[in-house]
Ligand binder design. Sequence first.
Ligand code: AMP
Length: 398
Amino acid sequence: MSNFAAYNFKGQKALIRVDFNVPLNDKFEITDDTRMRAAVPTIRRILADGGMVILMSHLGRPKDGPADKYSLKHLIQHLSELLGGTTVLFANDCVGEQAYLTASMMRPGEVLLLENLRFYKEEEKGEESFAEKLSKLGDVWVNDAFGTAHRAHASTAVIAKFFPTEKRFFGLLMDAEVASAEKVLHKAEKPFVAIIGGAKVSDKILIIENLLERATDIIIGGGMAYTFMKAQGGKIGNSLCEEDRLDTALEIIKKAEEKGVCIHLPSDSVIADKFAADAQTSVSPSNNIPDGWMGLDIGNMACEQFANVIKRSKTILWNGPMGVFEMPKFQHGTKTIAVAIAAATELGAFSLVGGGDSVSAVNQFGFTDKVSYVSTGGGAMLEYFEGKVLPGIAAVQS
Ligand code: AMP
C-alpha cells in the first residue's frame, strides 16, 4: 500500500471505490448527503494534483440487474455541486464499452461516475473476472468506502490483486476512519469507557467481549440493559428482553469482574405503559419495573452516574442509543450522554462515535463537531471493534 498523502496523482486515472449509498426520497432527491461529502476531500486532492477521478459505488439493494430507482445518475448534479461545479461525466454501465471509452478519453481534472456496481451480481459475489474488468478502468485503486470495508466484494477487496501494492491506496476518509478506530482499539489512553446501547444484546456480544480486553469501564444502556437486569434477578415488566441471552449476560458480568472492568448498568429507567410517543410515563428502579410497564430510556440517576464515568475518561467509544431516542419523551438519556461526551472531549478526551443510531443521535442533537470523530461506517465499525479483519482494509494493506 502506498501513502496517499505523499503520492502525486498527476496524469493518473484514480479508480476510487466510494460509499455513495445515500438515501433518496421518491423524487430521487438525496435526503442525507453525509457519505458523499465524506468522499470530497479525496476527490479534490487527486484533481488538484492533475489526476483524473473515476468513481464507483453501489446504491441500495437492486435485485435483478439495472433499475432506474437505484441509478447513480440521480447523484450527478449534487456531486457536481459538492465539487464546486466540476462537470461529472457518467457511464450508464460500470463496465463495458461506454465506460472504457469515456475513461480512455478523460483529461486531468475530470470526474467520471460509473453506474451502480450492484447492477451486476458479480459485485457482491466478489467475482474475479468482474473485478478485473473494473480494474482496467484505472491506473491506481483507491479504497475510500469504509462503509463497505467489511464486505469482500469485487470492488471493495477482490480488485486489489489487479493493482501492484504501490498502486493501492486508502483514501483520506478511510485513512481517518482506520486511524481513529486504531487509536481507540490499540492506543487508548486510560480510563477508557465504552458506551454500548441499542436494542439487542445478541448484536453486541462480540464487541463487548472484545472491549472487556481493553476498556476500563463499559456502560450498558438502551433496551439491552434489561436482559442484564433480568439475568441478575430483576423485575423488568414488559421491557425488551432476550431470554436466550440471560446466561450470556451473566457470563459478561463475571468476565468483567475477573478482568477488573467496571460494568455500569442504569440504576433507574424512564418507564412507559406502551411503546408509543404518547405513552404515560413514570420513573422506576431498572430492576423493579411494574408489570405492564417497560423501560424506554435511562432515568436521571443513571444519567448522572453515566455522565460522571464519561467525564473522567480519556478515551470514549459510543455505539448505540440509551433509549428510544426517536421519540421525544425517551431521548433525554441519549442526549445526556452526548452532552457528557462533548464535555469530556473539550477537556482533552478522544471520543469516537460509531454505529448508525448513535451517529444519527449525535447529528440530531447537534453534537457532530463536539466529538473527536464520527464514523461513517456502522456495520464496518462494529466489526472492526469486534476484532475482525475487514476485507476492504486488508486488501489495500496486504
Ligand atoms: P441498535 O440498532 O441495536 O443499535 O438499536 C437501536 C434501536 O434501539 C433504536 O431504534 C432505539 O429506539 C432502540 N432502543 C433503545 N433503547 C430501547 C429500549 N429501552 N426499548 C426498546 N428499544 C430501544
